[in-house]
Ligand binder design. Structure first.
Ligand SMILES: NC(=O)c1ccc[n+]([C@@H]2O[C@H](COP(=O)([O-])OP(=O)(O)OC[C@H]3O[C@@H](n4cnc5c(N)ncnc54)[C@H](OP(=O)(O)O)[C@@H]3O)[C@@H](O)[C@H]2O)c1
Length: 254
């Protein structure tokens, strides 16, 4: 997709990867609607930027966001479903609301938004991108719910790519670990290796949009090593699991 002059929604634009995406899209001449619960507090000011608060964990809010974008822009060429969160925890209790909350934002809202784009823009071209995660492939200890929300998204996006016509481009991004407030919000004290910057991830995403890439791997080595070095990931997950139980034991003692 050629970016200049296009109209775009970025969800989760107030922080981390989304924040850098908004900055870089504006540099490319894109009109951006940045959305999150606290988007209106974003420090960026630009004539092509609209900031709007929406809690995207409900159908009603997503419908309102689409109506708002159509009123402001008249069209949506690019939708980046980037808002998401994780809990770092041991799932040794049952709490329906807790499970529902993460699926609502990370999975259901993304699926609903993608179907809305297809319904509204049947005959017009658009790109729909989602920030999934490396955990879409590789479940991590402490992230049973998060890993499952992102694995579900990978399955959904793969099928959407197969079902869609050429003028609808579905793009999935698989970051590994990115230095953003994500880990603090998840209550995960340690960052997994390797850590990348949100600027780098946003840059890779923009490159991917320009090339209409279906799958985007900000950490290229992950793509190849996941296929070629499966033993490395067995060891990696073992180390993470050890760390996880140590942290959970400490949490219980506190
Ligand atoms: N950081 C990583 O290592 C990593 C790795 C792989 C994938 N990812 C994925 O990348 C995406 C962006 O994460 P990040 O690392 O940039 O984390 P982040 O800095 O915590 O950003 C998350 C964004 O989501 C928004 N958000 C959270 N709940 C929301 C809600 N209910 N409604 C609307 N917006 C909401 C937040 O804004 P408000 O608080 O203002 O609502 C924020 O802008 C997520 O989908 C995450 O799963 C991150």
């Amino acid at each position: 997709m050629k970016l200049e002059g296009k109209y775009c929604i970025v969800t989760g634009g107030s922080s981390g990867i989304g924040y850098d995406l908004v900055k870089q899209l504006l540099d490319q001449g894109v009109h951006v609607l940045a959305v999150s619960r606290r988007a209106e507090k974003m420090a960026i000011e630009h004539e092509c930027l609209i900031k709007k608060n929406f809690d995207l964990s409900t159908k009603t809010a997503i419908d309102e966001m689409f109506d708002y974008a159509m009123e402001a822009f008249g069209q949506i060429d690019l939708f980046i479903a980037n808002a998401g969160f994780a809990y770092y925890e041991i799932l040794d209790y049952s709490d329906w609301r807790h499970i529902e909350d993460i699926f609502r934002l990370n999975t259901l809202g993304v699926i609903y938004s993608a179907t809305k784009m297809k319904e509204r823009f049947k005959d017009s071209p658009f790109n729909f991108m989602v920030t999934a995660s490396a955990v879409s492939f590789l479940s991590m200890p402490g992230h049973a719910l998060y890993s499952s929300t992102k694995a579900a998204i990978r399955g959904f996006m793969d099928a959407m790519q197969l079902e869609s016509q050429k003028h609808h481009v579905f793009q999935t991004v698989f970051p590994v670990a990115v230095k953003t407030p994500f880990f603090v919000r998840a209550k995960q004290e340690h960052l997994p290796w390797p850590v990348q910057s949100s600027e780098h991830v946003a840059k890779t995403m923009i490159k991917g949009i320009k090339k209409d890439k279906k799958r985007i791997y900000p950490f290229k080595l992950f793509k190849y090593s996941y296929l070629l070095l499966p033993w490395f990931f067995v060891i990696y997950v073992k180390i993470q699991t050890k760390k996880f139980f140590k942290i959970m034991r400490r949490r219980k003692e506190e």
